[in-house]
Design a protein around this ligand. Structure first.
Ligand SMILES: [Zn+2]
Length: 151
């Protein structure tokens, strides 16, 4: 059963609906014996309903542990996602930005998508506790944020 009705879609902003799904991921995902999160089927269907094919691609990235959260002593955070092609994208969840072509085209230019698969993978990984953690120095974070870090 889908948890979001058409009337809810009309009255909520799309990101509100998305946030509800991420909250459900956090609350309803259960840990199996290997300590991996299992997302209930109805929630997977709801994610597919809201995000379309992007949801499947993002879940694939989650399954492959492709999301790493970089944090520096100053408290700044950035996410790195290894895309399907092996390319590394540095994304900023705090300001909802990914440098990939799909984000530029679908989200920024055509405004017909909420997210790219990389950002969705970040939000899902954060919701199910699947994000890899890595500490970097403030200098490394500064280089990342300014786009001068080595790829
Ligand atoms: Zn992206």
């Amino acid at each position: 059963m889908l948890s979001i009705s058409v009337s809810q879609c009309r009255t909520s902003t799309c990101m509100d609906v998305s946030q509800q799904q991420f909250n459900r991921c956090r609350e309803e995902s259960i840990q199996d014996t290997q300590q991996q999160s299992i997302v209930p089927d109805d929630l997977l269907i709801a994610l597919k309903f809201v995000f379309g094919s992007c949801a499947l691609q993002a879940l694939d990235l989650v399954d492959h542990h492709s999301v790493t959260c970089l944090s520096s002593p100053s408290g700044r955070k950035a996410f790195q996602v290894i895309g399907g092609s092996g390319r590394l994208y540095t994304c900023f969840a705090s300001c909802h930005y990914c440098p990939c072509p799909a984000f530029a085209y679908s989200v920024l230019r055509r405004n017909d998508g909420l997210l790219c698969k990389h950002l969705l993978a970040i939000y899902l990984c954060e919701a199910v506790g699947g994000t890899l953690q890595e500490s970097v120095s403030d200098q490394q974070m500064s280089a990342l944020l300014s786009g001068t870090a080595a790829p």
